[in-house]
Design a protein around this ligand. Sequence first.
Ligand code: GDP
Length: 530
Amino acid sequence: MSQYTKEIEKRRTFAIISHPDAGKTTLTEKFLLYGGAINLAGSVKGKATARHAVSDWMEIEKERGISVTSSVLQFHYDDYCINILDTPGHQDFSEDTYRTLMAADSAVMVIDGSKGVEAQTRKLFKVCVMRHIPIFTFINKMDRDANDTFELLDEIEKELGIATCPINWPIGSGKNFRGVYDRNTRKVLTFSDTQKGTKEGVEEEISVDDSRLDEVISQEQKEQLLEEIELLDGASAEFDQEQVSQGKLSPVFFGSALTNFGVETFLKHFLKMTTSPLPRLADCGVVDPMEEDFSAFVFKIQANMNKNHRDRIAFMRICSGKFEASREVYHVQGEKKMRLSQPQQLMAQDRHVVEEAYAGDIIGVFDPGIFSIGDTVCAPGKKFAYEGIPTFAPEHFARVRQMDTMKRKQFVKGINQIAQEGAIQIFQEFNTGMEEIIVGVVGVLQFDVLKYRLKNEYNVEILLENLPYEHIRWIENKDEVDVRRLTGTSDMKKVTDLKGNPLLLFINSWSVGMTLDRNEGLVLSEFSRN
Ligand code: GDP
């Protein structure tokens, strides 16, 4: 046990996942309000940056300072030290969004009560499942007409394949929203307008058996509530901390982030039910966060968009021990001792230099171009590497054509560097070498990023020709399969990634199944761990 145990135990590091507009930003703001990090629940990030056309890309990048600052937030609440990882959505959705989840110990899933499970939530959820981290559900916007509560839970269970356990239960929705019933205390937390959530709401708790409740909810609503509770007690999974910790059971809460209702209740329960920093797998075995020696891994690299400053920021998740800025660390992949330069941490809206940080915390360090995603840094004298970060399946593909073929060298250098940072993935046609380059991205905005950066940083202009592929699969058992002899469908294309791994691209999702049928023993995967 290290002397830092106390500090590490009070840390809670989680990501909030949702489909755009479900209320992730609003909920984060309210968390900060409770944490006292901001006085009024003002804007966490400039709203303008969240909604923009692709052509405004330069503007986004100018404001990237803001987006960087809001990508990790630290604040204190009760005795906890909380790190929230932002998962960029909208056009900002990219592979980084997935990678961020690799640094979290749990996830809060925000669902719009009138929409249910939506596309982006589904995608992000898959990554949480792969990691077996606890997942908590906040069903938001109950002040608007919501879908039937049982149907919402049913949808989560069926679509996402996770059992649910409602911790509280909503009474009505929209104009008839009266509050939530806590199944444990048997008390109703009554809903009152909190001036659009700019104040911490005055929430009143009334026992379900107290006659005062009749002043708040109609007889009809009360009957419905009692009926639903009875149904629920008989039908839903019981709360089981073990199952929650393994990511098999999601505790569900209801509320309205905008009016700041149900948020503090959620935060309190969540902090108790979620986990302190989790151990992590490395090539030397599992590393305990409480270990004395510092270690961390890089999960995201943010390029500086100012071409006069080609430096980057590498985001690291501390996995064990304590980080001290004055001490040397060892960069395992670079095989070098070094001092991490200008380590920064973000507290609400302020970015400040950190002198020390603990397991569970995220720091951003100045990167002159030496780090790659997944790299490990640890205490000098130690030498182990954390399990790598998988490569996630791109969803959009384009063929790259270079306008000026004389600049081949710059082009190859630029595109390789940008790929190394993890903004794009590049593929070559199977068996043809570098002539034809296909780029794959998770979010389409990355195409513009590529074009802009090649032009501005490498002075190379390119044309992108969109390709119709939408599904990509790595060949898991590539050593057992003769890729040249694979028979697929007519829409299938064979390519290789930067590391020479063979992959298959498909236009139609059914082609994936067809190809598996036609090639016995073939194992395909949506992630690459190589
Ligand atoms: P994000 O895209 O998930 O970050 O969503 P935002 O937090 O930006 O919210 C999207 C829109 O929904 C904004 O206009 C919010 O004001 C609104 N919103 C968020 N939470 C609630 C809520 O509880 N009730 C209502 N009625 N609107 C909400």
